[in-house]
Design a protein around this ligand. Sequence first.
Ligand code: 13P
Ligand code: SF4
Length: 375
Amino acid sequence: MPKGNHAQQHNQSTDVLNATTELSLEDVKQELYNRHHPSLTFLDIEAHAKTIWKIRTLKQKHNVVMLGHNYMEPLVFGLSERDEQGDSLGLSMYAAKAEAPYLIFNGVPFMAETAKILSPDKTVLVADKTAGCSLADNFGAEDVKELKALYPGAPVMIYVNSYADAKAESDICCTSANAAHIAKSMPGDTLIFVPDIFFAQNLEEELKGEKTVVYPGKNNTARGAVCEVHERFTLADLLAVRESFEIPKGHPHRQLYAHWECRPNVLQEADFYGSTSQIMKDIAERVADNGLERAFVASECELTSNLAQEFPNVQFWTACSVRCSHMAKVSLSKIANILEAIDRNEELGEYEVTLPAEVIDKARSPIERMLEASV
Ligand code: 13P
Ligand code: SF4
C-alpha cells in the first residue's frame, strides 16, 4: 500500500494531480492513499479508484466545474477543487463567476437551481434530480403568498433551501452563513422568514430587541417546514455528548458545534453555531491557534467525515445515523454517468436543471440582493 504522511500532503498531491493533463489510475490511487482519511480503507480505495479516475479524466477533458457541498461523502467531496467545495453561500458565489460550459453540482437540486439562476447560459447538472430536501419540498410559492397576505408590507426573507418558484415570490434570500446580517439590513421592524421554523426561531432569538421575526406557525396556521436531519438532535442528545465525550461547557480546547437548522435549545447549548463553512472556519482557526483537541458537530455526519480528514489532530465524534438521505443520493457512479453522457455527446435531460425563463428572471433578484448584501 503506498505511504504518505498527513492531510497537508493530500492537498499538495491533489493540486499536482489537478494540474496534470493526463492522469493515470495509479496517480489517482496514490493520491487517495495519501489522504490517510480515517474512514477510508484500502477496500474503499481499491473499489472506487477506477470510477474516480474516469471522473477526473473526463472532468478535465471537458473543462467541467464540479461544485461539492460540505455534506458530500469524502470520495465525492474530494472530486472538487478546494475552491469548488463549500456551503450553500460559497457555492452560489462560486457558481456566479464560474467560467466553464458545464457545471456539475454535487448537492441537492435546490442548490443547483441557484447556480442555474445565476448562470442561466451554463449547463447545470446534478447526479440525481429526485434528491429532495425536507425544507424545500414542503414549501412553495403559494405558501409565500399566504404569509405576505397575513403581514402586508413586511419583507420576505427566504432561506436558500427552497425552490426557485418560492424564491421568485420573496424579497431577499439568505443562507445560514449570512441570515442575521441580512435580516438586520432589511427595512422596517418586522420580517417574514420562511420556510425553516427552527431557523426562524433561532433568528428571532439572535435579533431580539432589534426586529420582530414572523414565520409559519407563529400565531398563524401557515405551512412551514424543518430540516428532517437537524431536528433529530435534541437537547438531551447534546447533554449526553457533553458527558460521555467529555466536552464540558466552556472548555477551552473542546467544542460542541451546531448548525442553524437545529432546534433552538440545541443551538443555545452549543459552544458555537453557524453554517457548515463557518463551523469549518472556526475549527481551522482554533487548530491554527493550537487550541482544539476534541469536537462534536450537530449536523449531517459527512461534514464531520470531511472535517476529520482536514484536521487529523482533532478527535471528532460522529453521529453517522444522522445522514441526509437526499444528499447521499449523489454517488460516484451517478457522477460518472453524467460525464460519460457529456463525453458521448448524449442528451443530458436526465441530469440537467432547467427552469422557465420567467422564474429565472423573478428568482434572480432575491439571490442577487443576498449576494450584494453579503460582501
Ligand atoms: P449550509 O448553508 O450551511 O451549507 O447548509 C445547507 C444545508 O442544507 C444544511 O442542512
Ligand atoms: Fe435539506 Fe436538511 Fe438535507 Fe440540508 S440536511 S439538504 S436542510 S434535508
